[in-house]
Write a protein that binds this ligand. Structure first.
Ligand SMILES: [Zn+2]
Length: 646
């Protein structure tokens, strides 16, 4: 919890070139700096940093952001961690915000759970490797299953002695708080005494991304009908099942390097693959993927390959979470392990090299895979097939980020082919689902905003890459253009007496109903508000706005185009404005297209009215309106013809 003054102090010191320059070699190019993008592989630099705008953008992979989001993405920091890193760098002393009593208590419990887990992990490891019982029962079992001692140590596996309270009494002797011990799930209360919960089991510590132990999985050694195969830590302050990716702390670098994350079901799958030298692998714990897990994966890579057993339940569980993966712009592939095998046994049998080849050759695209399964299932049943069409359209509609546009088009084409239906039909169905979902999301967002005041900045969730303009709303480019012009050129002169902001704000009144994106509207309103109060808002006010959603949107709107194109001046010289007034052309063009759309919409509405028209008089008026609108349209088109056509 960092105090607001501290945040302001840090923000005022930020030098994006210096910070990004720590990680990327930057060369000056005109007003900007250029380097090889750290987020995707490239040979010619397309990663651009603008010191004036305090943002970066990559024209190769589309990533963009400010200094803080750079640190979050590149160093996998949280917002607060990024601020602390910057504070240390600029010698800003951090003033902590006073925690509420509940939060402080929660923090204390979390701290002691980490300490207890660390103690327990050591206890179980020692019991496995150094005690007679552990070596005889635990270690021999693990070796029988093919794990060598190096991998056992790497994953910090352990053994819980079979006695009644070997661990519990050691923990109590070490003065750990009984209440927290119970919370950790390591012990349970029986007849007024704390006894061990994992007696006689193999212990798999579960670590968070930084390698701290947050909980355990305890596996039975000899199968037994009455006892569960695994006992897992109950949900507590630090063990939150939906956010856990087993093995992520050891997989991070390998995932980064190979730009692919393999996902398996269980602990032993992860460990076996590691032992075989395949390290870019994590496990979800067998349930369907959650949005938090997907976002964690997305921090490392966009390529997710799910490896599943041949049994039907596994596939269904895998497919369930995957629609969300598409929304997160993850590229998802499925690999099916042959019947009677799991990744653990299969990699042992094939060896690492052959297993890798198998994965590479067996990868199937998730959407097409799902479609094939469903089509086979539907057979000749027309109703079922219609349901399949709907389902696939719904799925494809979730690919909604602008940079995924071609991907979506490809899916529509391939799916239409598989389904033997018209591509255009599928297209409009996909659009329908996109529209519906965006409407739903906006409603929810508005409801949430009404319900809760905005969180302080350091509590806000990780900002999402905000390219999520529905594809449907490619028009939104225009609307974004208007906001961009406002932010970038708003304070420049429009004519002798007014500024660009005066012009845009006045014109925007009639155009507001064209804007579908509520957050764009929010920026517009905020700007207007500030401007009318006599403030001079610039992009900077939005760039570091404590509402991360606004800040991300502001970054994604900003355009570095003007500085990076070397031909730019030659190209536009000699148009109606002198070269230092070219921004006016941009403003005119953006506003012109918005007006054109407005007129087109009015024409459409008028035409609908004409179809319903009852009396001749009514129709005559509508015809006149039509004529008038058409004239306006023609005039605008003429005007637009003389400025830049984008
Ligand atoms: Zn890039």
């Amino acid at each position: 919890m960092i105090a607001q003054q501290t945040i302001q102090q840090i923000l005022s010191r930020i030098d994006i070139i210096e910070i990004v320059g720590n990680f990327v070699r930057l060369k000056k190019r005109g007003a900007n700096y250029l380097g090889l993008c750290p987020f995707h592989n490239e040979k010619t630099p397309s990663f651009t940093v603008s010191p004036a705008k305090e943002i970066y953008k990559c024209f190769g992979c589309g990533r963009s952001g400010n200094t803080i989001s750079f640190l979050m993405e590149h160093e996998k920091y949280s917002y607060a961690e990024a601020l602390r890193w910057l504070a240390a760098r600029y010698n800003v002393e951090i003033e902590e915000k006073e925690l509420s009593p509940e939060l402080r208590l929660q923090q204390q419990v979390a701290d002691s759970l980490y300490i207890i887990n660390g103690f327990a992990q050591k206890f179980f490891s020692d019991a496995l490797l150094d005690s007679e019982e552990g070596r005889d029962i635990g270690l021999s079992y693990l070796k029988e299953r093919g794990f060598n001692e190096a991998i056992i140590r790497k994953f910090q596996l352990g053994y819980c002695p079979d006695g009644r309270d070997a661990f519990a009494s050691a923990a109590l002797a070490a003065q750990y708080n009984p209440e927290n011990l119970r919370k950790s799930g390591l012990v349970v209360l029986r007849d007024q005494r704390l006894v061990d919960n994992y007696r006689g089991r193999i212990i798999f510590p579960v670590h968070n991304q930084t390698g701290k132990v947050i909980g355990f999985g305890a596996r039975i050694i000899r199968s037994n009908d009455r006892a569960p195969k695994y006992i897992n830590t109950p949900e507590n302050e630090i063990y939150v099942k939906s956010k856990i990716l087993y093995g992520s702390w050891l997989a991070r670098q390998a995932i980064d390097k190979q730009d692919e994350c393999l996902l398996v079901e269980g602990y032993t799958d992860v460990i076996s693959l590691h032992q075989a030298g395949i390290e870019n692998v994590v496990a979800s714990g067998g349930t369907s993927l959650t949005i938090d897990q997907l976002r964690l994966i997305k921090k490392y890579t966009r390529h997710l390959t799910i490896i599943y057993d041949g049994d039907g339940a596994g596939i269904k569980a895998a497919l369930r979470g995957l629609d969300m993966a598409l929304e997160e712009s993850l590229d998802v592939k499925l690999v099916l392990i042959p019947d009677q095998e799991d990744p653990d046994s299969y990699v042992r049998r094939l060896g690492a090299a052959a297993f890798r080849d198998f994965i590479a050759a067996g990868k199937k695209d998730f959407i097409l895979f799902q479609l094939e399964v469903a089509l086979k299932d539907a057979g000749d049943d027309t109703n079922k097939k219609a349901a399949v069409v709907n389902q696939v359209a719904e799925t494809i509609s979730r690919i909604s980020k602008a940079e995924d546009f071609t991907k979506q088009q490809d899916y529509i084409r391939q799916s239409a082919e598989l389904l033997r239906i018209e591509e255009t039909g599928l297209h409009s169905l996909v659009n329908k689902f996109t529209r519906e979902r965006i409407a739903k999301q906006e409603n929810r967002r508005t409801a949430e905003e009404a319900a809760a005041p905005s969180l302080p900045a350091d509590q806000a969730s990780v900002p999402q890459d905000d390219e999520s303009i529905g594809l449907l709303f490619r028009h939104e480019q225009n609307e974004r253009g208007m906001i961009r012009d406002l932010l970038e050129f708003g304070l420049r002169p429009w004519d002798e007496r007014t500024l660009v902001a005066d012009y845009i704000l006045a014109e925007s009144i009639d155009l507001i109903d064209l804007i579908d994106n509520k957050r764009l509207l929010k920026i517009l309103e905020l700007y207007k508000n500030w401007y009318e109060q006599g403030l001079e808002p610039t992009t900077r006010n939005f760039l570091y706005h404590e509402d991360q959603e606004l800040s991300t949107l502001a970054v994604s709107i900003m355009d570095l185009h003007y500085e990076i194109s070397p031909n730019w001046k030659d190209h536009y010289d000699g148009k109606i404005f002198s070269s230092d007034e070219l921004y006016k052309e941009d403003v005119l063009s953006t506003m012109g297209y918005l007006k054109l759309r407005k007129i087109k919409r009015l024409i459409e509405e008028n035409q609908k009215d004409m179809n319903k028209s009852q009396s001749g008089e009514e129709l005559r008026l509508q015809m006149e309106t039509h004529q008038h609108l058409k004239e306006l349209e023609k005039g605008l088109l003429r005007e637009l013809g003389t400025v830049i056509v984008k």
